[in-house]
Design a protein around this ligand. Structure first.
Ligand code: DOR
Ligand code: ZN
Length: 345
């Protein structure tokens, strides 16, 4: 047996959904995590500060009794987002970031941004008052291969935007490529990246070899092995610019296992077990706390959590359910394809 005590972690990118799904998944996050940045891609999306306040109340109402968990709310950027509303929401402490979904990039992104010029007034205000922009960093034009969408986004959208607004704080969410890692490492200020649990574990073979595996399909899609290795190196490096954002994204099985399956991998329940495994494999257990509990708060200007959690390595494998029943339907749990031995006690 081996114990590892770390500050209570936070999840800097999470999909909780709404209604029965929210009620069915929230405990898997609040069990281990103190806070999470909540994605706003509901139907309809969380566009205004009033939407975010109402959604926050629904999240708090869905929490299991006794769980202390703080949802960190984001707004969904549209070409019509009102800079004054963002500013007021931020000043009140409610709005922690604004999320850029290029229109068409992923689940419920059709209200997202088609022409970034149209969002400049709000981006300028955010730069001025210090509201971070969380970015889904993929272009969506059909001429760009899906495996190149992140690299092309950096070159054609993100880098020009950062040159135009150097004061804007940008979180490149769910980085999936060496290009993304290198771009963040080369930056001098105002850029950080979150990395998911699953992108540290799978490459694109998981989706496509031996039959098509919808439960390994997410966006940005997992890339080649060299990219996974770059993500791992960044995650375990202790570099303050990299932190955990699980992008845990529940969809019921019928919406994954069909002719046009949804993107999203559900990892909230076993993320800490998976991460301890990965960090141990990399000989970097001493860096897990930085990645999961310290670097994120530093970037978002929040205190680290006072509480700690204990991870324990045991001889017997730790098992998780293959699927969870959510009330909205069954959701398949991420299978890392190796036995897990670390558990949160
Ligand atoms: O795989 C994903 N699922 N990527 C996203 O960007 C959105 C998410 C979702 O909402 O299902
Ligand atoms: Zn996401």
């Amino acid at each position: 047996m081996q114990d590892l005590v770390i500050r209570r972690p936070d999840d800097w990118h999470l999909h909780l959904r709404d209604g029965d799904m929210l009620k069915g998944v929230i405990a898997d996050t609040s069990r281990h995590f103190a806070r999470a940045i909540i994605m706003p891609n509901l139907v309809p999306p969380v566009v205004t500060a009033a939407d975010a306040a109402a959604y926050r109340e629904r999240i708090l109402a869905a929490l299991p009794a006794g769980d202390r968990f703080e949802p960190l709310m984001t707004l969904y950027l549209t070409e019509g987002t009102d800079p004054d509303d963002v500013e007021a929401g931020h000043k009140s402490g409610l709005v922690k970031a604004v999320k850029l979904y290029p229109a068409g990039a992923t689940t419920n992104s059709h209200s997202g941004v088609r022409n970034i010029d149209k969002a400049m007034p709000v981006l300028e205000r955010m730069a001025k008052i210090g509201v971070p922009l969380c970015v889904h960093g993929e272009v969506t034009t059909s001429d760009v291969d899906i495996f190149d969408r992140e690299a092309v986004f950096i070159e054609t959208v993100l880098d020009p935007l950062r040159k135009r607004l150097p004061e804007l704080k940008v979180t490149m969410e769910h980085v999936t490529t060496k290009d993304g890692i290198d771009y963040i490492k080369a930056s001098k200020a105002n850029l950080a990246g979150s990395i998911t649990t699953h992108h540290l574990i799978i490459n694109r073979n998981a989706i496509l070899v031996g039959g098509i595996k919808p439960h390994y399909y997410c966006l940005p899609v997992a890339k080649r092995e060299n990219h996974r290795l770059a993500l791992r190196a960044a995650a375990v490096s202790g570099d303050k610019r990299f932190f955990l954002g699980t992008d845990s994204a529940p969809h019921v099985d019928p919406l994954k296992e069909c002719a046009c399956g949804c993107a999203g991998i559900y990892t909230s329940i076993n993320t800490m077990s998976c991460l301890a495994h990965v960090f141990e494999e990399e000989g970097a257990l001493d860096k897990l706390e930085a990645f999961a509990s310290l670097n994120g708060p530093a970037w978002y200007g929040l205190p680290v959590n006072d509480e700690t959690i204990t991870l324990r390595k045991q001889a017997d494998a730790v098992t998780y359910p293959k699927k969870i029943e959510t009330g909205a339907g069954l959701v398949t749990v991420f299978d890392p394809m190796f036995p897990l031995h670390w558990t949160v006690v």
